[in-house]
Design a protein around this ligand. Structure first.
Ligand SMILES: Nc1ncnc2c1ncn2[C@@H]1O[C@H](COP(=O)(O)OP(=O)(O)O)[C@@H](O)[C@H]1O
Ligand SMILES: [Mg+2]
Length: 244
């Protein structure tokens, strides 16, 4: 993996060239901003440098985990390229001109995106990777110019070496969250294509989510859903998730 020195820019220069913030995260979440390299190539910086001490310690771990996954999946079209590490607290990532997938309102296009999403999950399975946060609405984006589905935010990802005992024993259970998220996207974009089997799977998963002790939203599975989010209406914040 490249260090920021190898792209010929220091943090100060990248900050000087900053165009805008995409997200200003709370204490445990990164600030995400857009800047450019010398040749003009746009990049995103995912940055914990200006957090409190606890935020920086947490950020260090997040940056390490995300970098690891981005390197592992670096040849996948659906994953933005990691360009460099900016010390221990930030990553420089390829900027992709994209919109949240839930803005996609044309059934034909939605169908294509869902097919891509299934292929991406299959490729992840082959590599022993789990994203773990595909329920977050803003983590799946669409680059309209290329019709390319993009998966962002890999800090929660896990990778188990295919063939290892951990893969054989843990992967099928850990993968359930990604599979359920994929079905939720199907339910949102093409509800007409949800089968009875899909519905049964989602019902079982909802029970699991309620029982799961680390569920961030507690009984959030039954909280009111983010109503404005579907089909091109106002965007929800990046932490909004499918809630049903
Ligand atoms: N490589 C990228 N290209 C374009 N936009 C991005 C990129 N990475 C992140 N973003 C934007 O920034 C938002 C937040 O980034 P993300 O990695 O999901 O961090 P978090 O959810 O922890 O704030 C995304 O929802 C997306 O809108
Ligand atoms: Mg995110």
């Amino acid at each position: 993996m490249l260090d920021v020195g190898s792209i010929g820019l220091t943090r100060a220069e990248l900050e000087l060239r900053r165009e805008r913030y995409l997200v200003r995260g709370r204490w445990s979440k990164a600030d995400v901003w857009v800047t450019s390299l010398r040749g003009g190539r746009r990049v995103v910086v995912k940055d914990f440098a200006h957090k409190s001490l606890i935020g920086r310690v947490w950020g260090c771990l997040q940056v390490w985990r995300e970098a690891r996954l981005l390197v592992l999946l670096g040849d996948m079209r659906a994953v933005p390229a990691l360009i460099a590490r900016l010390g221990a607290l930030a990553l420089v990532i390829e900027y992709v001109d994209c919109v949240p997938l839930f803005w996609c309102s044309e059934p034909e296009r939605a169908q294509g995106c869902l097919a891509q999403l299934e292929d991406i999950l299959e490729e992840m399975r082959r590599r022993g990777v789990i994203h773990n946060d595909l329920r977050s609405r803003e983590n799946i984006q669409l680059a309209p110019a290329q019709g390319r589905v993009i998966l962002l935010d890999w800090a929660g990802g896990v990778c188990l070496r295919p063939g290892s005992w951990a893969y054989r024993w843990l992967y099928p259970s850990l993968r359930v969250a990604d599979t359920a998220a994929c079905l939720k996207w199907k339910q949102l974009l093409r509800p007409d294509q949800i089968s009875d089997q899909d519905r049964r799977f989602l019902r079982r998963f909802r029970v699991l989510r309620v029982l799961w002790p680390f569920n961030r939203k507690g009984l959030g599975a039954f909280a009111p859903r983010c109503a404005a989010a579907s089909r091109g209406e106002a965007s929800c914040s990046s932490s909004d998730q499918f809630t049903k």
